[in-house]
Write a protein that binds this ligand. Sequence first.
Ligand code: ARG
Length: 393
Amino acid sequence: MKKVILAYSGGLDTSCIVKWLSEQGYEVVCFMADLGQGLGQGENISAIEKRAYAAGASKVYIKDLQDEFAEDFVLPALKAGAIYEGKYLLATALGRPLIAKYLVEIAHKEKAQAIAHGCTGKGNDQVRIEVASAILDPKLEIIAPVRGWEFKSREEEIEYAQMHNIPIDVTKKKPYSIDRNLWGISIESGILEDLEQEPPESAYMITKGPTGTMSYAKYIEIYFEKGVPKKIDGKAYKLKALISMLNEIGGMFGVGRSDLVENRLVGIKSREIYEAPAATILYTAHKELESVVLDRELAHFKEVIALKYSELVYYGLWFSPLKEALDKFIESSQQYVSGSIKLKLFKGACNAVSRKSKHSLYKKELSTYGKEDKFDQKLAEGFIKIWGMPYKR
Ligand code: ARG
């Protein structure tokens, strides 16, 4: 019997996939990654596990990967300053290669021939999982049932689940398609598909809107060491805990919302809203610190790299040679990125108000217009003449 490892979410689609694949003659092993999507919050984990078995799984793996996600996926993207199309901090996109990595690992352990996922044929996530898996093990077969199966609607899937006694909660018809992890939430479909409509407040899950936020401002200080956020207000945290805490604080002050019409890799434009409070706070602080410690050429070149890096992440090329080479460049750019940034959070805004670093390149005696000025203004004349020389006809 052929064995397949399925990326299982516990939802309707992947539960039907378990049954559907076993009807095609596969032994189905389910793998569920905890990336901080709130597993066990709405529904306990054992109920999800039971559902997988009820649908016909022979084994269920559930792994808490939040630390690995934070350290090995989120952190490099933060150091790189990667933001897709100016607004998307890539939470979903960063999670997929990690899921793929474990699908492949478990496939090897279980001696399975194939991996499977529940992504549709219209999105980026299918590309990310399949390309990552192909890079890690080109011999594994990939099955994406949703791209070709017979079900044409949610109702048909519900009917199929009920017919096979798969315990599915059909009472809540979800108004949106949501993907959540530690680094942020992606929300699409439903009313959001209408570009002329403002997203309703109810679409947001972890951030308050401007009218619901605190009426006072909150100051927080983030301390970085070589580009890695280490402390909040002087207290040290492990990265995962630090991110969770900033999600909570940022959410209360309305920080981290974005609304984007984005270009998918598969050629479709789509509208999605995002909530990423911790990511927004950390990107802002990290960039502010870099503005103090990086020289101009490195800072500007790094922006070019950030753009490319965001594309590589979005396009599913996490394990590609270019992405790995860029990581080395970025790592080397971070050697002086140590210091503290104090931010002010207020009604959705997140701005730096104080910057400190022992590696600061800022020299007050050069920039000042006061009497401590040490800049020899006479030197400017010669510099300008030579700088402009090539352009004189
Ligand atoms: N558009 C985002 C991306 O491609 C998120 C995709 C998943 N979104 C969702 N709401 N299920 O990375």
